[in-house]
Design a protein around this ligand. Structure first.
Ligand SMILES: Nc1ncnc2c1ncn2[C@@H]1O[C@H](COP(=O)(O)OP(=O)(O)OP(=O)(O)O)[C@@H](O)[C@H]1O
Ligand SMILES: [Mg+2]
Length: 314
């Protein structure tokens, strides 16, 4: 069976631990509340979470030929993600991120780049587009994707009728040139508020969404942490509130929001309904450590849409 979702871009191993307010001096040791590791990254986290929510998902990405890469592949496989297009790059480490979460939920990021930055698309990947209803692009900044290859892949995705979504990760100023290339092929551009403001220089999120739409995106969803998300679609702007939850760790909230949104659309829901499923998905992820947090399946996530209280719009 073809994959309903193809996610392309970064794959990492996330190693999350809390609560870490300061490191022990020298070689001192302390006990902490908990730690977890899981496959993550803009492409892999979205594919893995969508798979847990019942969508058949495949991944186009790369890991190194190290133990971390084998762990990541195994984790993705056990979650039902098609890793047939997950390349193993000899001599490369697998991209890895350390996230020492503090007691207030603050999340410093220490990233060791690796194979994930060298994801590329070949003819087999173009062939894999057949039958994919959704393509999620987390490849901006990719050394082999920026400059034309990523945009050509998304143009091919549109040509076969796929819905194309796109998220960013730590974009450099150079991402703006790449965005001009890819946005005309993107149906839903889904940056975070920090990324949207950083790239446009605009503080107003509504104006930032308009800028991305002017650059070619058909619609824009700006994720804004506990403030929720701004959906700009068909000329309308709607704030989708976040849920009120006991936050343990917001790692992968952005990726899980994207996955929940795609799953909602795949069920024929409107963009607004899909954003509400996305907010519930992220709220469950925020309640536990690492990529999944407390996310279980589609049914319990759909139920959480009405069970979890919503934060009042500020
Ligand atoms: N503290 C929180 N409480 C409840 N929901 C949250 C919280 N933080 C994030 N979310 C939910 O997750 C969504 C996405 O989170 P966020 O805006 O942090 O994305 P992001 O910056 O892209 O994240 P990431 O760093 O994982 O890429 C929000 O729109 C909201 O629905
Ligand atoms: Mg993000």
């Amino acid at each position: 069976m073809n994959n309903q979702l193809l996610a392309i871009g970064l794959t990492t191993l996330d190693i999350v631990a809390r609560a870490i307010d300061q490191l022990p001096a020298a070689e001192g040791a302390v006990l902490i509340e908990g730690a977890a590791c899981a496959p993550a990254g803009t492409a892999a986290a979205c594919a893995m979470i969508a798979s847990r929510l019942g969508l058949k998902a495949g991944l186009i990405s790369a890991v190194g030929d190290d133990m971390t890469g084998r762990l990541v592949r195994h984790g993705l496989e056990t979650e039902g993600v098609d890793v047939g297009r997950l390349a193993v790059l000899p001599g490369f480490p697998t991209s890895t991120t350390l996230l020492p979460i503090d007691s207030r939920g603050g999340r410093p990021v220490l990233h060791a780049p690796g194979a994930g930055s060298f994801t590329e698309v070949g003819p087999e990947d173009h062939a894999a587009l057949a039958g994919a209803g959704f393509v999620h692009y987390g490849g901006i900044g990719g050394l082999k994707l920026d400059g034309g290859a990523g945009a050509a892949f998304l143009a091919a995705a549109k040509a076969v009728g796929a819905v194309v979504t796109c998220d960013l990760i730590a974009p450099q100023p150079s991402a703006l040139a790449e965005l001009e290339r890819v946005l005309p092929h993107i149906d839903y551009f889904m940056p975070s508020a920090v990324e949207a403001r950083g790239l446009t220089g605009l503080t107003d999120l509504s104006a930032a969404a308009d800028r991305f739409i002017a650059l070619g995106a058909k619609a824009c969803i700006i994720k804004n942490g506990e403030e929720g998300a701004l959906l700009a679609v068909d000329g309308a702007k709607i704030v989708v509130p976040a849920h009120v939850v006991e936050v343990v760790d917001t790692t992968s909230c952005g990726d899980s929001f994207c996955a929940g949104f795609i799953v909602g659309l795949s069920r024929g829901w409107t963009p607004l309904e899909a954003c509400r499923l996305a907010a519930a998905t992220a709220a469950l992820v925020a309640q536990g450590l690492a990529t999944f947090g407390r996310l279980i399946d589609f049914e319990s996530t759909a139920a959480a849409m009405s069970l979890l209280p919503l934060r009042e719009a500020a």
